[in-house]
Design a protein around this ligand. Sequence first.
Ligand code: ZN
Length: 252
Amino acid sequence: MGTEGTNGRLDQIEDRLSGAEGRVEALERDAGVFTLCILVLGCVSALLLLRGCWGGRAAMATPGKARPSLSLTFDDGPSRMTPRILDELKAAGVRGTFFVLGARLQNRRYCGHLRRAAREGHRIANHLWSHRSPCKLGLAGTMREFRRCDRDIRRCLGSKLYHKAAVLVYRPPFGHRCNAKAITATGYRVRMWDVADLGRSASAMWRKAKFWARWKQRRGSRPHITILIHHRPDKLRHIIRNAKRASWRFAP
Ligand SMILES: [Zn+2]
């Protein structure tokens, strides 16, 4: 009996021990699964983080993702069309740059238009005095026209408006860059254009602007487009409407 009782207790102890072992195994299994889950989650988070960083860097380094921007520039003014151009710009809430011919400012009415442009926040830049090609003017002639144009802009605007609106930017007549180095040596920057209005309809201009923006994106450069308009508020309106629809940004 004594031996049987002892054996029975031993069996009970064995049963309990095996039960406890089972529970320990189950706990170990659970702990293993938990650890595995944590590891997987950690790896996934790290991968997402890396992808985010790389993706972010890639987005910054790839101008292909950048929104195109547009500068509106107006040459050979001011003219009788300048008030309508200013009306269009005001209605759209957009600022532009006016490349002025000094000779135009002999006309007091045109000078008034330039003053209005400056008051309304547009930039005023130099396009020489008489619109003669700097290649024909020679160095001395180009510099004479350049200084005379600047002097007449200052005279028309007055000191306060001149300092508000005049910028150190020069656009050579006909895009002829002769003697441009002498002008940039005075601190001015030469500003050319991507799309001009001469001989082109407004829709053709917009198509060309989109083409150049895509080309610049593919090349990896900033998709900024400068439009040149002479005296055509109708073309300006078309370009602004399309650029706004396409969510392009505007820069002066
Ligand atoms: Zn011009």
